[in-house]
Design a protein around this ligand. Structure first.
Ligand code: ADP
Ligand code: ZN
Length: 837
């Protein structure tokens, strides 16, 4: 790829102007962490010319008098055609990112049709976006309509509208509470304002005194000699022995820990320092608990796994990307571990990406067991200090392996060798809102190419796109067709709910067959997982007299009854309403609960299986920071018998004693009006099936369905991914969907229905002049109003030619601008979602 930013890291660090040519004027392109359409040019004043480097942050004024820490992106000696302001200051002595990150930002912004500022805002930890005092800046583009804000948000927004800027303490006064961050986060998410953070570094690393052994004694012989001829000072000897013990067990020794363990005084320790046996050094501490940096690979690959491992390495001689299609419990993780070991031996860094929800203590423990302190976790739950610390350690190469979700892609790797993307098919690698709407898998492949690094995609149910890329030889391809230990994949039984429904009213929740199987399993001391893709108690209520269905006031969505709150909830905007007694339409009291969610299943299980330990896993039951992990651990330790849950129970967990899995409503999974619905239904069912019978005996899966002849059900029953793929590929080809085309979803939003309809027509008509047959729509989506905004959509199906794609995207952006230039459409929100899921 041609690019103006030099990939050469040395050049990157050299200021563009040496001392000799000081008098030449110089300009810098700066990325501001805002949703601005482009970068901005600033003058580099004489006194900063020898200090300025790409990848450093600069303090600049933008607009009338707003200050930002912007990222220096490139330089020019050509005078721009307009007046430019001076850079006020350079914040960093050394670049905080490498050229590869700047290239990644640029690529994401071009490919996913957003600004580099939006990528920067997503990529940098908040503390690197910095301000001496956090300031909220009103977003003029938001306008004055605050009808979508709750009370607290409204109060802040109103003050912002008047004052334009607010400091944190002012927000505190307005709200009269201490916890203003959540409110700020919400109004920032809603783009009511921007956060402007410190210009002087808020992040201070915490220092601690470490005790280090004089390297002269770093060999057995010398050390023994020292200890054997110690002479006087027995207290110092005791201290010394404590030190050696701690070193062995902890890997590092802090002054505090040593004094505590040896019961010695600081003076005694200083005595040893004076004798030059131990050194005391003040260093920054990891706020994340560090383990010893040991690598311990205490297992052997099976023959099939070893084959896969070797094949992957052979592929890497020719290709950069390899897809590992391994059935559930085939030991993909073990293959990853060996791959990581290999790249570590080459002194390379490894990024291990997985969907946020699978980033559980289970996988962390598995990897820490093998890699100790060489591995670090990058998690959205970490606070900003921890993130900045990790950021720095990755940047200086101290940390070799990072395990993280989507956003770990933005970390400043120094020398990346391998990216593993586990569960590569998972939709959560794609960011929905806000921009950048990137897919970490695809952006990861680009990022890796900048380091000449390898990418390993792994899944039991690959995305159709990745499998296709493997089939056409764009990616290398490796299969693992047997489970580790030779256990068979579970036997799958499909239960025809129509037979059951005839005798019962409404939707079947637990058929007699499934109940019997659960009974068998739990009485045999085995565990059961039940999967239902709806949370809450009852997904909607229906008035049995007049047919009225309660809907959300802000969204075109039916309300779900939740038992825990005894309220009706909207799953789209989060608002809730008291439970209705009489029907507002006809006044009778005759509610029928339609369909069932996880809460109802939990209740029913309690009635059916008294005395057994039952739990529910969905986002309502795992709201706390650790709740998810705790639940998994309880289940893992067999302190639960039955676990019922949503998608959360599907993902990549490895349990030993699960003999039965129940999929309660397959029809619900197969009925989405979306071209990916077959693919997604197969993935969910095959993945959740994969939780059964992993270790010893073959497991069993029961799928309840009314459409028992649906082809996807049969593919699941045969565990035949390839058939699903062939079937889907045919459909995709016929309707020109990915992998045969590239999809861009265009979304228009406005609070007035007529405006959004008119804008969609206008945009559709104009786009069709340039993109003709590629445009599908405009049409209202199934849910056409969310949070009081009316929605319209268009789908652009483009041929897969990279050059043409870039041109078409440009056309679309231009039409977005033209639309916004029309006065009546100025407040229409426009979104382009490239490679929409
Ligand atoms: P997958 O990720 O493909 O679903 P896992 O990597 O979780 O499979 O492996 C399934 C189980 O088998 C795990 O408990 C894992 O520890 C075990 N296992 C797989 N391969 C090996 C191996 N070579 N040696 C020891 N245990 C293994
Ligand atoms: Zn709603």
């Amino acid at each position: 790829m041609e690019n103006e930013i030099s990939k050469d890291q040395d050049l990157f660090y050299i200021p563009p102007v040496g001392n000799e040519s000081r008098n030449e004027p110089l300009w810098a392109e700066i990325i501001l962490p805002l949703a601005l359409p482009k970068t901005y040019t600033y003058t580099v004043p004489q006194h900063l010319q020898s200090k300025i480097k790409k990848g450093c942050r600069a303090e600049v004024v933008f607009g009338k008098n707003k200050k930002y820490a912007g990222m220096i992106r490139s330089f020019s000696k050509q005078k721009p055609a307009y007046e430019t302001k001076d850079i006020l200051n350079i914040i960093d002595d050394e670049p905080i990112i490498y050229p590869q990150q700047l290239l990644l930002w640029q690529w994401i912004s071009e490919y996913y049709m957003c600004s580099e500022g939006e990528v920067m805002a997503a990529a940098l930890p908040t503390h690197l976006k910095l301000s001496s005092e956090t300031i909220l800046i009103f977003n003029e583009e938001y306008g004055e309509d605050f009808s979508q804000l709750d009370n607290e948000e409204y109060l802040v927004a109103e003050a912002l509208l008047i004052k334009k800027e607010l400091r944190l303490y002012e927000v505190q006064q307005i709200l009269d509470v201490n916890h203003v961050y959540p409110v700020i986060k919400k109004i920032v998410d809603k783009k009511v304002c921007f956060i402007w953070e410190a210009i002087n570094e808020k992040y201070k690393d915490k220092k601690e005194s470490y005790v280090i052994l004089n390297p002269d004694y770093d060999n057995e012989e010398k050390l023994n000699e020292l200890l054997n001829n110690w002479g006087k000072a027995p207290k110092q000897l005791e201290l010394m022995l404590s030190y050696l013990h701690l070193l062995k067990t902890e890997g590092e020794v802090t002054q505090g820990a040593l004094l505590k363990k040896s019961n010695a005084t600081l003076a005694q320790l200083k005595g040893l320092a004076e004798k030059n046996i131990l050194f005391i050094e003040k260093r920054s501490v990891d706020r994340i608990k560090t383990l010893p940096k040991k690598i311990l690979i205490d297992f052997e690959l099976s023959k099939a796994q070893q084959n896969a491992f070797d094949t992957i390495n052979n592929i890497y001689a020719k290709k950069n990307v390899c897809l590992l299609h391994g059935i559930t419990s085939s030991g993909k993780t073990q293959v990853y571990i060996k791959q990581i070991e290999f790249f570590l031996s080459l002194e390379k860094q490894v990024l291990y990406l997985l969907p946020e929800i699978t980033l559980t203590a289970q996988i962390i423990r598995r990897l820490q067991k093998n890699f100790g302190g060489n591995i670090a976790i990058y998690h959205s739950k970490f606070n900003n200090n921890e993130r900045v610390e990790l950021w720095n350690k990755i940047k200086n190469g101290e940390i070799k392996i990072i395990l993280g979700a989507r956003s770990a892609l933005f970390l400043p790797f120094k020398d990346l060798g391998l990216i593993i993307i586990d569960e590569e098919h998972d939709g959560s690698f794609k960011q929905q809102d806000p921009a950048p709407r990137y897919n970490a898998r695809d952006a990861g492949i680009y990022y890796a190419s900048l380091f000449n690094a390898k990418v390993l995609l792994g899944s039991a149910t690959p995305s159709i796109e990745s499998y296709y890329n493997a089939q056409v030889n764009k990616y290398g391809f490796v299969e693992l067709n047997e489970r580790f230990g030779g256990v068979q994949l579970p036997a799958i039984e499909i239960i025809d709910t129509r037979q059951v429904a005839a005798s019962k009213k409404g939707k079947v929740m637990l058929s007699p067959q499934l109940k019997a199987a659960i009974k068998d399993a739990v009485s045999d001391d085995k565990q059961v997982i039940l999967f239902q893709n709806r949370r809450g108690y009852s997904p909607f209520l229906l008035c049995g007299t007049c047919g009225f269905i309660p809907h959300c006031n802000n969204c075109d969505v039916t309300l779900t009854l939740h038992k825990y709150s005894n309220r009706l909830h909207c799953h789209y905007c989060g608002s809730s309403y008291p439970k209705l007694t009489t029907c507002p339409a006809c006044g009778t009291v005759n509610w029928m609960e339609k369909n069932f969610g996880t809460e109802k299943i939990e209740e029913e299980l309690g009635n059916e299986f008294p005395g057994y330990r039952i739990a529910r896993m969905d986002i309502d039951s795992v709201r706390g920071k650790m709740a998810h992990d705790n639940l998994i651990q309880l289940f893992e330790q067999h302190r639960l018998d039955i676990l019922a849950g949503t998608q959360m129970v599907v993902k990549g967990l490895d349990f030993e004693k699960v003999s039965l899995v129940g999929i309660l409503d397959a029809d619900g999974l197969l009925s989405f009006a979306d071209f990916r619905s077959n693919e997604r239904a197969f993935q969910l069912m095959e993945q959740v099936s994969g939780r059964a019978g992993r270790k010893s005996e073959q497991g069993k899966v029961m799928i309840q369905a009314a459409k028992i002849n649906h082809p996807v059900l049969l593919f699941v029953q045969q565990h035949d991914y390839k058939k699903l793929y062939d079937f889907e590929l045919e459909n995709r080809k016929r309707f020109f969907y990915p992998p045969f085309s590239r999809l861009i979803r265009l979304i228009l939003k406005h609070k007035i229905k007529e405006v959004v309809l008119e804008a969609a027509d206008w945009l559709g008509d104009n786009l069709k002049k340039d993109l003709k047959d590629f445009i599908v729509g405009p049409a209202a989506p199934v849910i056409n109003r969310v949070r009081n905004m009316y929605l319209m959509e268009m789908l652009v199906k483009l041929p897969k030619d990279a050059v043409m794609l870039q041109r078409y995207k440009k056309v679309i952006s231009n039409h977005f601008n033209f639309l916004h230039a029309e006065k009546k459409f100025r407040s229409v929100i426009l979104i382009a979602d490239v490679d929409t899921m």
